[in-house]
Structures are given as structure tokens and as C-alpha cells.
Write a protein that binds this ligand. Sequence first.
Ligand code: PRP
Ligand code: URA
Length: 215
Amino acid sequence: MEKASEFGNQLHVVRHPLVQQKLSAARDAQSSNATFRHLLCEIAMLMAFEITREYPTRPVEVRTPLGIARGAVLESEITLVPILRAGLGMADGVLQLIPQARIGHLGIYRDETSLEPVVYYNKLPPNVADTEVIVIDPMLATGGSCTVAISAVKAAGAARIKLLCLVAAPEGIRHMHAAHPDVAVYTAAVDERLNEHGYIVPGLGDAGDRIFGTE
Ligand code: PRP
Ligand code: URA
């Protein structure tokens, strides 16, 4: 995994070959909605492995058929917070790896003209402050949506937060890092730029539309 220096240790680009192969297939404009959805799920599962790598554990003893083994369990509960809609497509994959996670939902869409985020739904678990939080959205474009999402989970008391995305624009990473320098960003790619409509280039198009077949 590569750490990009401009953002210190707060930007993690997951270069694992399986992630990169699946991302390349997901970017392909010819991929069907079903294929795209499946790939996002698989990539999210692989990236969840990286994002949880340094979560604290506590020791446990387990009675095996032959004796006592020393093992470990996660110290804290995990809360996944997908940003609706597109975050749902990745949350499914993370849940396959962490089925015990709680899930909070944040509904946010970008105003098409101003590109400003509009929050329309907020339902977080009550104990989010005591948990490791992973905010999930495949696209970090201007960074507006993720930035307000992270403000919302902080307002609910969360202090240990990471952002899981798939493709990020440099503008979005800068926005995120300026607003929330304490939050590490995990992405599979940092693309060139945003176009005049605020879309990531080359990106993969509109993630929500490709997941849900609404284009
Ligand atoms: C997309 C995407 C992010 C946001 C990224 O959502 O899933 O949430 O745009 O853009 P930003 O970094 O400039 O804020 P969209 O607004 O299209 O909503 P949808 O997922 O409901 O389609
Ligand atoms: N939202 C998307 O789904 N794709 C982009 O490129 C930018 C915002």
C-alpha cells in the first residue's frame, strides 16, 4: 500500500493487484450494472482488510479440542456509515468481512448546479462514539459529501473515523484533509482531476447510477 507524502500518513492508496484488476474492470464503460455492483462489493471486501489492519485487539484464550490457544479479538465494535446511495454498494462487501458491524446511514446528494452536498437523512447507531467508524462512499470528487458526512459522525460523538472510497480526485482529497486532518482516507486510485461538471476524470462515471441502473 502506498502512502502519498503530501497528506502525510492520512492518504492510503491500496495498490493490491486484485484491487487494481477489479477497479480496471469496474471503470470499463462496457461493464453491466450487475458486473459493476459485484466488482464494487469484492473491492470493498479487499479494502476492508487494509482499513482494519491496525485496529486494536485484546487477547483471549480459546479452548481447542487439544488445549488452550492464545488468540485475539477486536477491542471495539465497528460502525459502517455508507453515504446513500452509492456507499451502499461498497458497504455490502465490507459487511461480508465484518458481519457484526453496526450500520449508520447518511443520505447526501450533490446539488447538480452548485455541487454543494445536501443532507436528507441521518440515522446513526446510538453508541457510535465508542466504536471504530468507517465512512463509505466510492467517489471522492469535490469532497463536499464526505466532508459533511464526517462532520455528522463527529457531531454524534465519533472520534475514530476512517474514510473508504474507491476513486478520489486530488481536489477532494485536499478538501477532506483540510476539513478533517485526523481522518485517514483509503482509496484504490487517485485520478487526474474533476471536469467542469464535478465528475472525476477518468473516473468511472456516476457510481450510484451504475450500481442501481438509474442512468
Ligand atoms: C455521488 C457520490 C458521492 C458524491 C461525490 O453521489 O456517490 O456521494 O457524488 O461528490 P463530491 O465529492 O463532489 O461531494 P450523488 O450526489 O451522485 O448521489 P447518489 O449517490 O444518490 O447518486
Ligand atoms: N459522483 C460520481 O458518482 N462520480 C463522479 O465522478 C463524481 C461524483
